[in-house]
Design a protein around this ligand. Structure first.
Ligand code: GLN
Ligand code: ZN
Length: 765
């Protein structure tokens, strides 16, 4: 039998989801924003949630404090550092007013009459969480505003917890920000450090022992200047009265490993899920008086950890490190749902495979006990864990030999079209007979109240499937009529029957499951409930064919079939940890391929496969991009390219950064790609031009995020700019993205103008 380690390993957490098990924070925020609840009510809910969260973490050696946020932790840090955008300085109102002004913007017709645009939002590393980008300029100056953190510190202590304040470190903070002028964020470091030092001193005065200082920038590619900045910063903070736990997560330290180990801090946290391979060399390089915190339970997925296997690896590490070892989740639990015990509809077997935030802490408690008191202290827990893992490993719901065989048979030919684009385009033109500058839309039309009510009634069982189908068909008919009246060239069915572009497909594929309350914060009050990809993927029945066929039956114009691509389905799901992402993606690709072929067989000549999330799957490290792009692009090609030359494949991507992935985009070889461009004056087409991108492009001519109706002149001007870069024969005219969030009263005039713009452009020739 294994002997327990002699020294005590500490257990802590890096952060807990703040939305609440039932999204209490969301409802409190939204009520406050609508003016239906007071500031006191919102703050009360927030305090309750913090209390519950700490309660859930009771018994940990340290609980995080300051991880809670009313909107976003990066915005909180900007406020703590006194870095508010100039546009809100001097405006009236409480600090909370100011905070939400930056978070959400405010239009001039709001009560206070001060129109303020929101801070830019972008993705937090490689997660689906979005933060408010810190803004810098020559005028930027920092000043400490510690009230939020100190209040929460006092609260946690009053409730009997050993509090460990969490801060975003100075280098990550600067790296995440954007300069509004020529100011280099790094040039602000000298000004910034004294504010951090002041804050740490203040925390020391409060008797804080440890501060978690998050520097996930250390798992990204850093230039020598940024690496130096780390040395400067931590040298400057080294004599504060607190101990710093330099916290990294989401990946390997790689070429920053030596740097991370050498900084003058009291401890280092390493993501031992993603960077387990680095643990040995970190131990070698870390000074003997430093704590090593290992993130051993995955904070990014919803699966149970294999506790026995983890202990097999961790026990010798614990022997070696003694009380220098701490354990924690790999990263903040912000990225997983709160509590599995809320789930009432998952079957017992599937339920037993999962762990949400609360259960991940429970797993850590078991590991903690095993390390400190021996595995004997947790025999029952380990046995239960093993049984669950075995059931998942051998379940026929997970493993489908037919799918595995199909994946095994994939070869390069599967992703190849019959002929190269120049030959395809000739036969497609012959068949489709579209005008120059063909007009189309991206897929969805307004998801009206009526549509949503019908779907809700159907889900609740108040509307039977037959009646639901009739009503959705009425919506499709309505949208087809509108498009015909507008004179669009390539029509869509409008996606009335779809709740969400990923969930809709997940619900129809075998290998997917859906939670009731598996919400994860995306930004502010917005949460997503990613479907759970748990098994080999297969498609028992056609998913879209009947709807699209019906839509086509209503018109002589070409009807574009509408699908979500394999990479996007993968990237917006919780995925398996028992096989590589690439393999799950291939399985999805085969399922979508079948759908594409069924659509073709049903007489649909144009098929769009959306890959809205292809870019966001890029790994944090450039050195891993090629590997990702190669299987992602191949998956798209497998899904799309099983059709004859006359079938026109479209893809759509609603973002505007193609510079570093243009080659991959070209390899996808879609006949037509529609992209977001309206806000960039078509400049982003430069990269397509420079690359001699050979296929057709629909550069979005109007921004669907705004209710403004674009004018004919505006759109003509944009398309003329486009035609300076891409030959007119290869240009399409379409909006930036789908129209589901808009009203028909906005869509009709906007599309009228768009169609008119195309007429003007054709007359140019
Ligand atoms: N076809 C989808 C729609 O129009 C595409 C959405 C997206 O790209 N995000 O809604
Ligand atoms: Zn889009």
């Amino acid at each position: 039998m294994r002997r327990p380690t002699e020294h005590k390993t500490l257990l802590h957490n890096l952060g807990f989801p703040r939305i609440g098990a039932r999204r209490e924070l969301k409802f409190a925020q939204e009520a406050f924003w609508k003016g239906e609840a007071t500031e006191a009510a919102l703050l009360g809910t927030a305090a309750d949630l913090r209390q519950q969260n700490w309660q859930r973490q009771a018994g940990l050696d340290f609980v995080p404090v300051g991880d809670f946020s009313l909107y976003d932790q990066v915005l909180d840090m900007s406020f703590t550092l006194g870095n508010l955008p100039a546009r809100i300085q001097g405006l009236e109102g409480s600090e909370l007013d100011q905070y939400f002004r930056v978070a959400r913007g405010r239009s001039a017709n709001d009560a206070d009459d001060n129109a303020v645009h929101a801070g830019e939002m972008t993705k937090w590393f490689d997660t689906n969480y979005h933060y408010i980008v810190p803004e810098f300029s020559a005028e930027t100056c920092f000043s400490l505003n510690p009230a939020r953190l100190l209040t929460q510190l006092a609260e946690a202590r009053e409730q009997g917890h050993n509090a460990k304040p969490v801060l975003i470190g100075p280098i990550t903070y600067l790296l995440l920000g954007k300069s509004k002028d020529e100011t280099q964020p790094l040039s602000l470091l000298a000004q910034l450090l004294p504010v951090y030092a002041e804050l740490l001193d203040l925390l020391a005065e409060q008797g804080v022992e440890w501060v978690q200082i998050d520097e996930p920038a250390l798992v990204t590619d850093l230039s020598p200047e940024w690496q130096d900045a780390f040395r400067t910063a931590y040298a400057a903070l080294s004599d504060s009265g607190v101990k710093l736990l330099l916290t990294t997560y989401f990946g390997q330290l790689g070429d920053n490993l030596e740097l991370a180990c050498s900084l003058p801090v009291a401890g280092l946290h390493l993501d031992a899920v993603n960077a387990r391979a680095e643990v040995a060399s970190v131990i070698r390089q870390l000074a003997a008086d430093k704590v090593l915190s290992l993130g051993v339970v995955n904070g990014r997925n919803i699966w149970k950890t294999d506790l026995s296997a983890l202990l097999d690896w961790l026990e010798p590490v614990a022997q070696q490190l003694g009380k220098r070892l701490w354990i924690a989740p790999s990263c903040s639990l912000l990225h997983v749902p709160v509590d599995l015990s809320s789930e009432q509809t998952l079957d017992a077997e599937f339920h037993s495979w999962l762990a949400f935030a609360q259960q991940k802490l429970d797993e850590l408690r078991v590991i903690h006990s095993a390390l400190n008191h021996g595995r004997d202290s947790v025999v029952a827990e380990l046995a239960e864990n093993l049984a669950a893992l075995n059931s998942r490993r051998t379940s026929h719901r997970v493993h489908n030999p037919r799918v595995q065989k199909a994946v095994g048979a994939i070869d390069a030919a599967l992703g190849e079209r019959n002929s190269p684009y120049p030959q395809r385009v000739a036969v497609q033109r012959e068949k489709l007979k579209l005008p120059l500058y063909p007009t189309t839309t991206i897929g969805s039309f307004p998801q009206t109240q009526g549509i949503r009510q019908n779907r809700r009634a159907f889900k609740r069982g108040e509307l039977d499937a037959g009646e639901y189908e009739i009503r959705m068909k009425q919506e499709i008919e309505f949208s087809v009529k509108q498009q015909e009246a507008l004179g669009l060239d390539v029509l869509v069915h409008g996606e009335a029957e779809r709740n969400d572009m990923v969930e809709y497909f997940g619900e129809q594929l075998d290998g997917y499951a859906f939670s009731q309350f598996g919400w994860v914060q995306s930004y502010g009050s917005r949460c997503v409930k990613p479907p759970i990809l748990f098994g080999d993927i297969s498609r028992p029945n056609a998913m879209t064919v009947e709807w699209i066929k019906y839509a086509q039956s209503l018109t002589d114009k070409p009807m574009k079939g509408m699908l979500t691509g394999p990479v996007t389905i993968l990237n917006w799901s919780f995925v398996r940890d028992d096989q590589p992402r690439s393999l799950s993606c291939q399985q999805l690709a085969l399922a979508i391929r079948d759908e594409v072929q069924d659509l073709e067989a049903a007489g649909i000549n144009i098929i769009q496969i959306d890959e809205a999330a292809l870019r966001e799957g890029l790994p944090l490290r450039r050195s891993q991009w090629n590997e990702y792009l190669s299987w992602a692009v191949e998956s798209f090609r497998i899904s799309a390219n099983g059709v004859s030359d006359t079938t026109q494949i479209h893809t759509h991507m609603c973002y505007s950064e193609f510079n570093d992935i243009i080659e991959a985009i070209a390899q996808m070889d879609a006949d037509v790609i529609t992209i977001e461009t309206s806000r960039s004056d078509m400049e982003l087409l430069d990269v397509f031009d420079a690359f001699h991108y050979p296929n057709e492009i629909g550069p979005g001519v109007y921004d669907i995020h705004s209710p403004n109706i674009p004018s004919v002149e505006q759109m003509v001007k944009l398309m003329r700019l486009a035609a300076q870069r891409i030959p007119a024969e290869r240009l399409w005219v379409n909006p930036d993205c789908g129209l589901k969030t808009r009203q028909w009263s906005e869509v009709i005039p906007a599309l009228q103008n768009m169609v008119e713009a195309a007429r003007v452009l054709r007359a140019d020739r």
